[in-house]
Write a protein that binds this ligand. Structure first.
Ligand code: SF4
Length: 232
């Protein structure tokens, strides 16, 4: 169980989750104006494939692979027209290439059979595609302008816990907690803001609380704790 920063927030008197969420979003939006998805794509299908390839690897790596991939594979049928081994070779550098090939081909088949070759918008439809779990579906739906949930990756999980927005460990439970307090209009951009803040400031091992714009809203801020001790 992680240390509960929800209780720590109460102890420090910095406000409830609901009171803090507005300023947290505002400050992060101001701080990370460029926060957006790092994957490169030109269509709904390319978005879906990129997100599927991004499991267990970096966005930079995916972009490197998809630059060529998307010149060769334009529509769902293209992924089915080549032998499995050829697609495996083409996505090899993203890792887990066998599972990813299977998932991509299964998804392309399903798109052609059930969705007229188009990427569906609804979360419940997206998760019926082979190899498309809730996180992937959430990313795709949000980027298509139809956010129906909140993406929870490793940064979102860590920051939500540190900021005392959740006590939970499981992504699905963290998402439920966030959905209760984050305004629906911010569901798409909120994960990007936490991800960029996690990369630039709130590192897993070495959070830079001294320069963090959330320091006085964060129950795990080392700065706030030190100044509290000094005052005491
Ligand atoms: S104050 Fe520190 S722990 Fe809290 S969000 Fe900022 S960097 Fe992370």
């Amino acid at each position: 169980m992680p240390r509960s920063f929800v209780r720590e927030a109460r102890r420090r008197g910095i406000g409830t989750r609901r009171e803090r969420i507005g300023p947290i979003v505002e400050r992060l939006a101001e701080e990370h104006r460029d926060a957006e998805i790092a994957l490169r794509f030109r269509s709904d299908l390319e978005l879906l494939v990129s997100v599927m390839l991004s499991a267990q690897t970096t966005d930079t790596n995916v972009n490197r692979v998809t630059e060529r991939l998307f010149e060769k594979y334009r529509g769902p049928e293209d992924y089915l027209a080549v032998p499995e081994e050829e697609l495996q070779r083409d996505i090899y550098a993203t890792g887990f290439f066998r599972q990813k090939t299977k998932a991509i081909r299964g998804t392309m088949q399903a798109l052609l059979e059930h969705f007229d070759g188009q990427v569906p918008r609804r979360l419940e439809q997206l998760v019926t595609l082979p190899g498309v779990a809730r996180k992937t579906a959430n990313v795709v739906a949000a980027e298509l302008g139809h956010a129906q949930g909140i993406v929870v990756d490793t940064h979102v999980r860590r920051l939500s816990q540190r900021l005392g927005l959740t006590r939970e460990e499981l992504p699905v439970k963290i998402e439920r907690d966030l959905q209760k307090i984050v305004p629906r209009a911010d569901w798409a951009r909120f994960p990007h803001l936490l991800i960029w803040h996690g990369r630039r400031v709130c590192d897993a091992r070495n959070p830079l609380c001294e320069i963090c714009v959330l320091a006085n809203l964060c129950p795990s801020s080392r700065v706030a704790l030190v100044s509290q001790r000094v005052r005491a």
